[in-house]
Design a protein around this ligand. Structure first.
Ligand code: BG6
Ligand code: MG
Length: 216
């Protein structure tokens, strides 16, 4: 039957998580805040505004809204500078095979991302045309772990949340999928994503038979 397959973007389709980290680290360094890879896990899947608040919280830094807006602009400009040369080669291993399989099987395919930069990234990496529906940071008001982004995607595909599957690399995203009562598939480390219904190190580990079983 027709199911909704909803993909997160950063860290799932493309390895942009590393660029987000580098850009945030620059801001943190300029404020003398110690910001580690471990801290960065808390930022995955989280909106830009909330991410800054988390970083400022780590350093106990207070700031005016004006200052914060300035840092948000700076972070995004820096982040975008890493994306200038982005192309098809940055699509993570195994992703295209799964997207093609789902298209062949006439499944609903959606993007469910917190990023406001989602569309240009999908375009640059050549995968935009696979997606029937795109819900991103410009379309939602509640950030993951709120399930709004995934519920909206399923609704636009006209498919019940219970018939929806979410691929996520973030704890907040897995929680959002679980709250939406969707099947959650974690892409990454088992120790971090243990709340997911299924966990794979990356898309190369996902067998065709696993997808076929999900389709049912
Ligand atoms: C999420 C990323 O997908 O999007 C976060 O995991 C990021 O790290 C968030 O902060 C917002 O992205 P952007 O591109 O709008 O700053
Ligand atoms: Mg992600």
């Amino acid at each position: 039957s027709k199911k909704a397959f909803i993909f997160d973007l950063d860290g799932v389709i493309v390895d942009t998580a590393k660029y987000h980290f580098l850009a945030w680290q620059k801001i943190a360094k300029s404020l003398n805040i110690n910001f580690t890879h471990e801290d960065n896990e808390l930022l995955k899947g989280v909106s830009r505004v909330r991410s800054l608040d988390i970083i400022l919280g780590l350093g106990n830094v207070q700031a005016t809204q004006e200052q914060k807006d300035q840092w948000l602009i700076q972070k995004n400009e820096d982040y975008l500078s890493y994306l200038v040369d982005m192309d098809e080669s940055e699509v993570l291993p195994g992703v295209l095979k799964i997207l093609k399989l789902l298209k062949d099987k006439n499944q609903g395919i959606a993007l469910g991302s917190a990023s406001k930069n989602a569309r240009p990234i999908l375009e640059k990496t050549g995968v935009l045309s696979y997606f029937d529906v795109i819900v991103d940071g410009n379309d939602v008001s509640n950030a993951k772990p709120d399930p709004e982004v995934f519920l909206k995607a399923a609704q636009l595909l006209n498919i019940d949340p219970k018939n929806s599957i979410v691929f996520e690399d973030s704890v907040a995203g897995i929680q959002a999928a679980n709250i939406a009562e969707m099947v959650s598939v974690g892409i990454g480390e088992e120790t971090i994503l243990h709340e997911a219904d299924h966990i794979f190190k990356d898309f190369t580990q996902i067998e065709t038979s696993f997808i076929e079983e999900l389709i049912g």
